[in-house]
Design a protein around this ligand. Sequence first.
Ligand code: C2E
Ligand code: MG
Ligand code: MG
Ligand code: MG
Length: 282
Amino acid sequence: AAKDLGKNRFMLFETRMHEQLLSRLDQENRLREAVHRGELRLHLQPVVALPDGQVSGAEALVRWQDPQRGLQQPGSFIPLAEETGMIIEIDRWILLEACRTIRAWQEESPATAPAWVSVNLSAIHLDLPDLTDHVAYALATTGLSPHCLVLELTETVMMRDLAVTSARLEELRELGVKIAIDDFGTGYSSLGYLRDIPVDVLKIDRSFINGLVGNSRQQELVSAIMQLGHTLGLRVVAEGVEDADQLTLLTVMGCKFAQGYHLGRPQPPAELRAGLTVAEPV
Ligand code: C2E
Ligand code: MG
Ligand code: MG
Ligand code: MG
């Protein structure tokens, strides 16, 4: 009987694995179709200049309007998209949509439009020889100025072949676009890359901002990162600012750019735009 029980357990386990596999394949197929079916959505989160609090730029963040499960956050589909290579198509769609949206906004109301947009690129793109061509195409076809585009990469790209990474990033910068290191401080990579790799923006990971108030050691660390960035002539953005106390503290610490729920959630472009119009001084 014990043996049968074991066998049943195994079958149950097998059935579950089978179900998981099927559901993964199902999600994979539906994600594959999502781009063509027009189910991806561009959301924009404002990045604010300090101390004046004006919106300086915006980060493009992908969402998937899944007809079965509703609006999906990137955490639920980006890992699968990266495993399967679908991230290439997704990132390219977002890049084009972000450039188009910001360009149109700049033309229609230059006074309120973000001066720049930043787009996340999965590290996989650095293996693709046509990355620069594709970015050039997105700029040419939308008319967005290259100076208005920032490409965000995480520090993990620095753990790849540095010669290849450096060459690709240099090509991109020759177009006039800027390169940002996203989630700075979490990549466990040597700071040495800052000497050799062309970078324009550091985005301090929100884990450094969370718990900042009342923690002097953490404040020293964030100050040091900001100083390092400013000394190197980089733009430094604090990510994940969730309340007024954090914002005040960061401002006092000399932070020049901030992003976070306290300053604005990621939202559809039209909503961000409506909010900014209302906020204009009378
Ligand atoms: P990220 O690039 O570091 O983007 C910032 C994430 O932090 C966003 O999550 C944003 O909604 C969230 N966030 C912003 N302010 C706050 C805050 O005050 N508190 C907290 N707790 N979170 C905040 P989201 O949109 O879920 O995206 C998660 C990650 O997925 C992104 O992190 C990025 O790595 C990736 N991602 C998003 N869109 C794309 C894309 O189009 N392409 C690629 N390759 N990756 C993307
Ligand atoms: Mg980002
Ligand atoms: Mg980030
Ligand atoms: Mg992140």
